[in-house]
Design a protein around this ligand. Sequence first.
Ligand SMILES: Nc1ncnc2c1ncn2[C@@H]1O[C@H](COP(=O)(O)OP(=O)(O)OP(=O)(O)O)[C@@H](O)[C@H]1O
Length: 386
Amino acid sequence: MIEVDVKLKIGAFSLDIAFSNKANVTALFGRSGSGKSVTLNIIAGLMKPDSGYVRLDGEPLVDVEAGVFVPVSRRRIGLVFQESNLFPHLTVKQNLLYGRWFAPRGARRIDFDAVVETLGIGQLLSRPPARLSGGEKQRVAIGRALLSCPRLLLFDEPLASLDMERKLEIMPLIERIRDEFKVPIVYVSHAVEEVVRLAPCVVIIESGRVKFIGDPAIVLSRLESAPAEDRFELSSVLTARVDRESNGYGLTALKHPAGTIWLAGPAGPVGNEVRVVVKATDVVLSLARPEEISSRSLLSGTVANIKLDGPLATVEIELSENNYLLSMITKGALEELSLKPGSPVYALFKSAALDERSLGVRKVEEMTAPPAKADAGAAQAAFKDA
Ligand SMILES: Nc1ncnc2c1ncn2[C@@H]1O[C@H](COP(=O)(O)OP(=O)(O)OP(=O)(O)O)[C@@H](O)[C@H]1O
C-alpha cells in the first residue's frame, strides 16, 4: 500500500498531490509538466517535499512534520527511467550485480538467474552497454532495478524512447514482473495503452493536483476526468469479451453490452476479457443505424455530455452502466445532428483504428485454432451477424 500526501513548491510550480493505493500497479498519467516526475522523485527520495508524507506499507519514507527522511539509498526503491542510465564501463552482468549489491543480504529474495531468464538477457551478460540496442538497455535497467530486491519499483516513461516493436517486447516483461515477482509498481506514462494494460488504478494529475483516481477504463473514458491532452490523445477504454475467434477475414468479434466490436487480429480464446482503446477522433456518430458502410464496429448509446472547444465538440456517450465512449466531431456536425444530452446515437469506428497488439495477445497459433475452412461465405455471414 502506497500513501502519498505531499506539497512542494519549485519556482513557479506548486505540487499538492494526495493519493493512496493498494493495487499492485499505480499509473500516474497527465500531460507534460503536470508534475508526474516530481511526484516520482519525492517517492524515490530524490526530492524532499515542503510538507506531508510518503508511506509504504504504513512505514514513512518521508514525513516532514515528524522529521523523518529516509535517504534514497535506504528506501529500497528500484528506479527505471526513460534512458536506461547503465554504467558504461561495466558489463551487463556487472550492471546487474551492482543492483544486487544494494539489496540487504537478508532480503535477496529475487534470484539472479530468474531475472536474467525472465528478461531474456542471458546472451548479453558479457557485453558493455554501448553494444546494446535501446530495448536491450531498458531490459537490463529493469533487471538491475529488480535485483536490488526493491520494496517498490518506480518507472518513469520507461518505454517512451523505444519504437512500437520494442515497446511490445518489454510490456509483457513488466507484466511478468508485476505478476511473478510481486513488487508493487508506480508507473508514469503518457500512453493510454500502457496504462490500460499494466495498471488497475490510474491517478490523473493536472497542474500539480490529482484530478481523478480510479480504474483507467472508467476514468480515461469520462469527459470530466479525461486528462486535458491534445485531441489526438483523447481515448476511451472499452471492456469487452471475445465472442467469436477470428472469422475468415482474421477479425475477432468482441461482445460489448452496446454492440459488437471487430478487432483486426487475435484477442485470445472465447470468453477472454479484453480492453480496447479507441481514439475519440476515430469515432463517427450517426442518428440512424448505418447500412452498407465499411466501419465494422457499431455500438449504440445515449449522449451523456458535450464539451465544446472552438470548431470541435467532444461527445460523451453512455453505452451501458459505467461504460462510456468519447467521440470528437465538429461543432457543425453536432448542430446538424441536433445532438444533446439524452439523444440516442450510434457510434462507429474502423477495426483498422484499433491496435490489437496492445492487448498483448501476439501469437495467433497459440491462442486460436485455425479456422476449419476460411471460406468467404462463412466470413460474410459473420459480418452480417454484427
Ligand atoms: N528541479 C526543478 N527545478 C525547477 N522546476 C522544476 C524542477 N523539476 C521540475 N520542475 C518543474 O515542475 C513542473 C512539473 O515537472 P515534471 O517533470 O514533474 O512534469 P511531468 O508531468 O513529469 O512532465 P513530462 O511528462 O514532460 O516528464 C514543470 O513545470 C517543471 O518545469
